[in-house]
Design a protein around this ligand. Structure first.
Ligand code: G6P
Length: 492
């Protein structure tokens, strides 16, 4: 377990929290959130005496629970993540504007370079209204809830804010609670300064000024930390130090840091050894051809699923000898279905799969098998069995799929990894690098991976797995806490 954070209470803040309440025939259930973040932060919080996690009440049942506790922090039934929860009930209209217009797609698309700038986005009254009457008040609600928790603890605490939904929170918390230590982890790419110019000056300044309320702004890679500082210099005219990775704001230094997130290696290995995964392995094994290519993604335009399939189409054109010898298993999880861009994207994915299968398929062979089930046991079975894993995002904060898959694969599988995935900073030297926009290059690289010599495959996979095991999620957390303790200084 990583060391703690001194004497100070800890306040975690994220839009989606560690538990989601639902109501079924058997009454209320609290389902733990999944994903590396919840595991990692929950693990930390559970070992501290005084920790609270502030998050949005997202489901109807979350709202009911929140009301039962009058909006105050409560101990979740059954223990949950071992931390108090404070759920924030939001006005549904403001919440929609905050989530489905500003956070996704506007900020998400800016930060992943997804806008087609000749055509989109149009910033109209709708977006300005969603910022003013959605993003701003929702952030204010979160900040006020955090400030109340800080004040209830005597005015001092370490606050760890997560992600792009909450950029305005730090500045407002600092105004109310000057003795707090504010740490913000941005889990998605931070783009170069010009990308932010898609946002009108008033919005982009609000974002930067909000984030500059922190003491530490943390990212998954050095590239994003540098982009953040360049943005402070270019867009706000602030003085930055690119060696120390700091920016000066009035009398304070704000530190940019990078800590690559990782996986809980023990937990994943035990899932990989489970009977449920073995069932899926058997099923996949019965169907497999000579080669198995796998991808695992949310249905998100940043994941570049369409170009991945176009590259596969090109591969089959270029190598007719692969007909009936290779299957591309795509485990795609529908995501953000209340956002139009995501619905359209999934539809395009389905159509392209049909086209490629109609063009190359035979009576008993479908080149692409698309599954939208989102079953994690099936995902882990696919991780164990792939020969080539395609991870070709346009841009991706980290991409944990690459790390999970490298850890548990049992066929000396090769990672085909986009140079724009955060994971490429660590795993790129053992992977076959993909250029996310170059279809022919991707096709050639996948072919090279499929035909790579056995001992080279073995060495590359072993090196990747060792790296993931050594730099696992516990290290991600303890490195951050070491820096928090150091930067807070002895006065705290
Ligand atoms: C992805 C990103 C996270 C982000 C999350 C939000 O997993 O990598 O950085 O917080 O999406 O997901 P949601 O389902 O709440 O939109």
């Amino acid at each position: 377990m990583p060391e703690g954070i001194g004497e100070d209470p800890l306040i975690l803040v994220s839009n989606r929290g560690p538990l989601e309440h639902t109501r079924g025939d058997d009454g209320r259930t609290a389902k733990p959130g999944h994903g590396g973040l919840v595991t990692a932060l929950g693990g930390l919080a559970g070992h501290l005496e005084d920790a609270v996690w502030v998050c949005a009440a997202l489901s109807e049942e979350d709202v009911a629970v929140t009301r039962e506790h009058d909006g105050a922090a409560f101990e979740p039934e059954g223990g949950g993540p071992g931390v108090l929860l404070r759920m924030v009930e939001l006005d549904p209209e403001a919440q929609h504007k905050f989530y489905a217009i500003i956070s996704n797609p506007l900020l998400w698309f800016v930060q992943h370079y997804l806008w087609d700038l000749g055509n989109t986005p149009d910033i109209t009254r709708r977006e300005v209204d969603a910022f003013d009457n959605g993003y701003v008040p929702v952030n204010a609600r979160f900040a006020d809830a955090v400030a109340e928790e800080v004040e209830a603890r005597g005015g001092r605490a370490t606050v760890m804010v997560q992600d792009y939904h909450l950029y305005l929170v730090p500045e407002r918390v600092r105004d109310r609670c000057p003795d707090v230590f504010l740490h913000h982890f941005v889990h998605i790419p931070w783009p170069h300064p010009d990308a932010w110019r898609v946002l009108p000056p008033v919005m982009r300044r609000a974002v930067f000024n909000g984030v500059l309320g922190n003491d530490v702004v943390a990212f998954h890679s050095a590239r994003y930390a540098r982009n953040f500082l360049l943005g402070c210099q270019e867009l706000l005219g602030l003085q930055v130090d690119m060696d120390r990775l700091t920016v000066e704001v009035e009398e304070r230094s704000v530190h940019a840091r990078h800590y690559p997130i990782s996986v809980d290696a023990d937990a994943l290995e035990s899932t990989a050894a489970s009977p449920a995964v073995a069932d899926h392995e058997r099923r996949l094994g019965e169907k497999r051809r000579e080669h198995l290519i796998v991808r695992v993604d949310r249905a998100d335009p940043s994941k570049n699923i369409l170009r991945g399939f176009r590259a596969f189409d090109t591969l089959l054109d270029d190598h007719p000898e692969l007909a009936e010898q290779v299957t591309f298993l795509a485990l795609v999880q529908p995501s953000r279905e209340d956002v139009e861009e995501y619905v359209d994207y999934l539809e395009q994915v389905r159509r392209l799969v049909d086209d490629v299968n109609a063009k190359h398929g035979t009576a008993d062979w479908q080149p692409i098998e698309l599954s939208l089930e989102g079953d994690f046991d099936e995902v882990v079975a696919a991780y164990k069995l792939f020969d080539v894993l395609v991870v070709n995002p346009v841009s991706d904060g980290m991409n944990l799929v690459a790390k999970e898959a490298a850890l548990v694969n049992q066929r000396d599988g090769v990672l085909a990894l986009s140079e724009n995935a955060g994971a490429h900073e660590e795993l790129g030297e053992f992977a076959v690098t993909l250029h996310p926009f170059d279809i022919q290059q991707q096709a050639d690289a996948i072919f090279a991976a499929l035909t790579m010599d056995g001992s080279e495959r073995r060495d590359r996979l072993a090196a990747s797995a060792a790296l993931v095991r050594e730099n696992d999620v516990a290290k991600w957390l303890s490195d951050q806490l070491r820096d928090v303790n150091e930067l807070r200084g002895p006065g705290h």
